[in-house]
Design a protein around this ligand. Structure first.
Ligand SMILES: Cc1cc2nc3c(=O)[nH]c(=O)nc-3n(C[C@H](O)[C@H](O)[C@H](O)COP(=O)(O)OP(=O)(O)OC[C@H]3O[C@@H](n4cnc5c(N)ncnc54)[C@H](O)[C@@H]3O)c2cc1C
Ligand SMILES: *[C@@H]1O[C@H](CO)[C@@H](O)[C@H](O)[C@H]1NC(C)=O
Ligand SMILES: *[C@@H]1O[C@H](CO)[C@@H](O)[C@H](O)[C@H]1NC(C)=O
Ligand SMILES: *[C@@H]1O[C@H](CO)[C@@H](O)[C@H](O)[C@H]1NC(C)=O
Ligand SMILES: *[C@@H]1O[C@H](CO)[C@@H](O)[C@H](O)[C@H]1NC(C)=O
Ligand SMILES: *[C@@H]1O[C@H](CO)[C@@H](O)[C@H](O)[C@H]1NC(C)=O
Ligand SMILES: *[C@@H]1O[C@H](CO)[C@@H](O)[C@H](O)[C@H]1NC(C)=O
Ligand SMILES: *[C@@H]1O[C@H](CO)[C@@H](O)[C@H](O)[C@H]1NC(C)=O
Length: 591
């Protein structure tokens, strides 16, 4: 839909402890500095400052989350990127897997980080993901059994915005109700709902799952979203807004950390207990030291960038840019994984899909007015609806030549999500007609991309190569997922509603045609992870130890989406909150 440039009346977060200029900082030294205020950094800043004896400074490159009121309006999330006051307006390199298309690659640049611009899907993923993290890191502390109580403590389940009876749509017993991340079952009815669930009764291939967050996500179910009272829950609303009065926490916004500084060494191991930061490329650079730790939570794109700018990374790459390597860690920036998003669009027999909103301003004005009046209506909802988590059959031909990349038998290879709208990255939205989107996204990609530096200037964007659809498995999976979408909408439940599949895909039938279509049309679900991956303490591989300390350094940890050795089989924000909760415990207990 078109960007809607209006200002809604959202109450700004109280800003008592938020400084906008480095010169305003009351102290020159803290126990901890946390870099970046996404789900990783916001949790750590909150949990560390819960102990009154710790002084904590959280530095965020972007502004506070009241600069764009639409941050708080769930349905308008798609208008927050790629190029707004709350984003890093990044673009990928030409991607061979996408026929050399470069695609927008925005990240949140605001308090809350990408959780302030994301689509709010709240998905825990398969429990075997955590068991695999425990296995590859040689640390049982990451296993599902070890972290499951943390999962519940993060969550604050609330009723959906429309107040409907959610019995049978979620299993309340497995969720927390008192935690900071307020979430709910999708809260506005869609004309797709009844057809989606009728299909689960008709086709055994697509079973109903009463709660996809049980540890076994497989099947089709109601979406759960980080939305409460009709507004977005972000890391900033959940973990920062409630603690702004803590005297031992300072938050500095509009300020970019440009380097982590070596402050000494112990037994030949470099100590990194300093940061440099600046408000802009032309403003003064400030430096500040910590007593205990620097925690880097700048996200899977900016964390490796900042490490490399600080001399921590692949030594040969750093030298070519004129950066003196301090710690040779070849895996910094490598192992980038992301979920390719494959739109499948169908013309539908309807007059009321969301397509109309972008065409008729008075409709969206009415929805906005309703949201403002009492936080009800369509705008309380994410523009994505139900989700499905599905596996390739075990006899799929790809498994004759490739190992199964999923973490276990309840771990999905691909995802469906539904929306009442046209979506294409290459075709303009049609002026007429009504549409349905069934995205079919690869969830266990075997492609591996990278983040590298373009220069040693911290204000230059890094080189981003998510390597989408760059492996035989990924192409196989995206094709099979597209075929599964066709089987889904061929169910009797869609008779008289689905008219036809839109244009090119309609004609693509052979595997070769489907592959060509996928390469020409896929995008990203915006889930980069893995660029500072965790590996066993005694291993030369990886960037961080199982306690998330950076290998071959002292005083430095990474706590964000960079640390995953494998991409979660889910939308990853829940997993990042969980990683940050456990990391906070590790820091506080000193283990
Ligand atoms: C458009 C979009 C839609 C998404 N939809 C979903 C979804 O529906 N469900 C889901 O689970 N996940 C979704 N995600 C992914 C999810 O939001 C991320 O996985 C999650 O936010 C990652 O958390 P993080 O803390 O690692 O990084 P981020 O949330 O990206 O936070 C990093 C923060 O660090 C700051 N920073 C970076 N560099 C510096 C620096 N040098 N100095 C100071 N600050 C710095 C950034 O400005 C940012 O605020 C989506 C992401 C996007 C972009
Ligand atoms: C955002 O990125 C796009 C694509 O590279 C570019 O055309 C545009 O100018 C950028 N916007 C800003 C404000 O730099
Ligand atoms: C993509 O670019 C590379 C390098 O320029 C080139 O070798 C390749 O043929 C291109 N692929 C397509 C499909 O255009
Ligand atoms: C919700 O629906 C269930 C099942 O139909 C029913 O047992 C329950 O009483 C309902 N709850 C409310 C509050 O109406
Ligand atoms: C736009 O929506 C309004 C409100 O529902 C309706 O009255 C009007 O006829 C619509 N305009 C067009 C061109 O469809
Ligand atoms: C909310 O406001 C809309 C009009 O803006 C109204 O139609 C609706 O009944 C109100 N809902 C509640 C629950 O007050
Ligand atoms: C896999 O098994 C199913 C059911 O047994 C069968 O219908 C299908 O043809 C098999 N597929 C392949 C590729 O062997
Ligand atoms: C569209 O739906 C109506 C009923 O809502 C039905 O009468 C009509 O035949 C349908 N049209 C098509 C093309 O399926």
């Amino acid at each position: 839909m078109q960007p809607l440039l209006f200002f809604a009346s959202v109450l700004p977060t109280a800003l008592a402890k938020v400084y906008t200029n480095p010169l305003q900082l009351p102290y020159r030294q803290y126990d901890f500095v946390v870099v970046g205020a996404g789900p990783g950094g916001s949790v750590v800043a909150n949990r560390l400052s819960a102990e009154a004896s710790n002084t904590v400074l959280l530095i965020e490159a972007g502004p506070t989350d009241d600069v764009l009121p639409i941050v708080h309006i769930p349905f308008l999330c798609t208008t927050l990127a790629p190029d707004t006051a709350v984003t890093w307006n990044y673009t990928t390199v030409p991607l061979p897997g996408l026929n050399n298309r470069s695609i927008p690659y925005p990240r949140g640049r605001v308090l809350g980080g990408s959780s302030s611009i994301n689509y709010m899907a709240w998905t825990r993923g398969p429990q075997s993901d955590f068991d695999r993290y425990a296995a590859v890191a040689s640390d049982p502390g990451w296993s599902w059994n070890a972290v499951r109580s943390l999962a519940k403590s993060i969550e604050g389940m609330v009723p959906p915005a429309d107040g409907h009876n959610t019995s049978g749509q979620i299993l309340p017993s497995i969720h927390g109700t008192r935690g900071p991340v307020k979430f709910s079952v999708q809260g506005y009815p869609s004309e797709l709902d009844s057809r989606i669930f009728a299909t689960t009764e008709e086709l055994p291939e697509f079973p109903y799952n009463e709660d996809q967050n049980s540890g076994n996500p497989l099947g089709i179910g109601w979406g759960q979203y980080a939305i409460a009272g009709g507004t977005r829950t972000s890391a900033a609303t959940a973990y920062l807004a409630p603690i702004l009065s803590r005297p031992n926490l300072d938050i500095l916004v509009n300020t970019q950390v440009t380097k982590i500084v070596q402050t000494g060494s112990e037994s030949g191991v470099p100590i990194f207990r300093g940061v440099q930061f600046a408000a802009s490329p032309t403003s003064e650079v400030h430096e500040l030291h910590v007593m205990r730790e620097v925690i880097v939570s700048a996200g899977a794109v900016n964390t490796p960038q900042l490490l490399m700018l600080s001399g921590i990374g692949p030594a040969t790459h750093l030298k070519t840019l004129g950066i003196e390597p301090v710690v040779d860690l070849p895996d910094v920036g490598q192992n980038l994984q992301d979920h390719p998003l494959m739109p499948n669009v169908f013309a539908v027999n309807s007059t009321s899909t969301w397509d109309n909103l972008a065409r008729n301003a008075s409709l969206s004005t009415a929805d906005l007015a309703q949201w403002e009046a009492n936080r009800t209506g369509l705008f309380t909802s994410s523009p994505s609806l139900e989700m499905g988590w599905l596996r390739l059959p075990s006899n799929a031909t790809i498994f004759q030549t490739e190992a199964d990349p999923s973490s276990g038998p309840h771990s999905p290879h691909y995802e469906f999500f539904f929306a009442e709208t046209f979506l294409s990255y290459v075709m303009p939205a049609p002026a007429t007609g009504n549409y349905m989107l069934v995205a079919s996204n690869v969830i266990t990609p075997t492609s591996r991309g990278s983040i590298t530096l373009a220069s040693k200037n911290p204000f230059d964007p890094p080189v981003i190569d998510p390597a989408l659809l760059n492996s035989a498995f990924d192409i196989f999976a995206v094709r099979e997922a597209m075929k599964a979408v066709r089987r889904f909408v061929a169910a009797a439940a869609w008779k008289g509603y689905v008219i036809s599949q839109v244009e090119a895909l309609n004609e693509a039938t052979t595997d070769e045609e489907l592959e060509t279509y996928a390469r020409n049309n896929a995008g990203t679900v915006f889930h980069p992870v893995g660029t500072a991956k965790m590996a066993p303490r005694d291993s030369e591989d990886g960037v961080v130890n199982p306690d998330l300390t950076v290998k071959k350094t002292m005083g430095l940890r990474v706590v964000d989406a960079s640390i995953f050795p494998f991409i979660p089989g889910a939308h990853p924000q829940f997993q990042v909150y969980l990683v940050a909760e456990r990391a906070s415990q590790l820091i506080l207990t000193g283990s």
